[in-house]
Design a protein around this ligand. Structure first.
Ligand code: ZN
Ligand code: ZN
Ligand code: ZN
Length: 275
């Protein structure tokens, strides 16, 4: 399983689009891994988790096209995670390719509503098939087993995180989420993850709404997963979805997580675990 971090920033990007705060100024000046587009992850060639508004610049930077992507799993419909209008570009005259297979899009009921608003009713789907999925109900995406679990995030959007299993390897994509409910924790008990990609939006600030994870709660999550036997010595635990409001540049985050076994994600990072 090969996981490529296409984007590692929170909703406003990092540095943020309109922001002149000290953190954003420093991030612009230093550049490199401090430049974060909105969070998205590619799994092998054919799967994406989330479709952010930066998807064009991400695929240009990495040198591929979305023609190779057959399945897109959407966590929730916040606009930094789901930019459905980009899917209009899949048809003529915006794209020319032969034997175009359908693109399978997966999301919960609210994400489906946003998809239908964009593409009309009945939908003009550009070869896109939308599958409405439900928390705790597993499904197959090609040769991948997928289990959506409820995220602790804007609950009116019915958001999910995803467990993916393919050729003996297991990934948990945990963005966006606050601290999981006991029901979600119980569902994780029976899994052991090779790779975990978790958000760490708020830096040293805690989130009073429990909508997002902080440095503190990510460390707690890491310990809790270990305690439950969900991580092995070789597991990779990578953080993403950083906000400028956390006030931490890449090198600050490296320092904060040094020695914990938690890695600081960045745009273009590749995590590979042999099948
Ligand atoms: Zn987000
Ligand atoms: Zn800022
Ligand atoms: Zn969100």
């Amino acid at each position: 399983m090969r996981i490529r971090i296409l984007g590692s920033g929170a909703a406003e990007g990092f540095p943020a689009l309109f922001c002149e705060c000290e953190t954003c100024r420093r991030a612009r000046a230093i550049g490199g891994r401090n430049l974060r587009t909105r969070t998205s992850v590619q799994v092998d060639e054919s799967v994406l988790i989330d479709l952010p508004p930066d998807i064009l610049s991400q695929v240009q930077r990495e040198g591929f096209s979305l023609a190779s992507v057959e399945h897109i799993l959407i966590t929730h419909s916040h606009r930094d995670h789901f930019a459905p209008a980009e899917l209009h570009l899949r048809r003529e005259p915006f794209a020319h390719w032969e034997n175009q297979p359908p693109l399978h899009l997966y999301g919960t009921d609210h994400t489906c509503e946003v998809f239908r608003e964009t593409f009309g009713e009945p939908p003009i789907e550009q070869g896109v098939l939308f599958h409405t999925i439900h928390p705790f109900v597993s499904f197959a995406a090609g040769d991948m087993f997928v289990l959506p679990i409820p995220a602790s995030h804007s609950s009116y959007l019915n958001p999910v995180n995803y467990i993916l299993f393919r050729r003996g390897r297991t990934l948990l994509a945990a963005f966006d989420t606050g601290w999981y409910s006991e029901q979600t924790w119980s569902a994780l008990n029976e899994w052991q993850f090779d790779v975990l990609v978790a958000e760490c939006t708020t830096g040293h600030k805690s989130d009073p709404m429990n909508e997002h994870l902080s440095v503190h709660s990510v460390k707690r999550m890491h310990s809790e997963l270990k305690r439950r036997g969900c991580l092995k010595d070789t597991s990779r635990f990578v953080t993403v979805h950083f906000s400028h409001d956390g006030g931490l540049l890449h090198e600050d985050l490296e320092r904060v997580f040094c020695g914990t076994g938690i890695e600081v994600g960045y745009d273009g990072m590749v995590v590979e675990v042999p099948d």
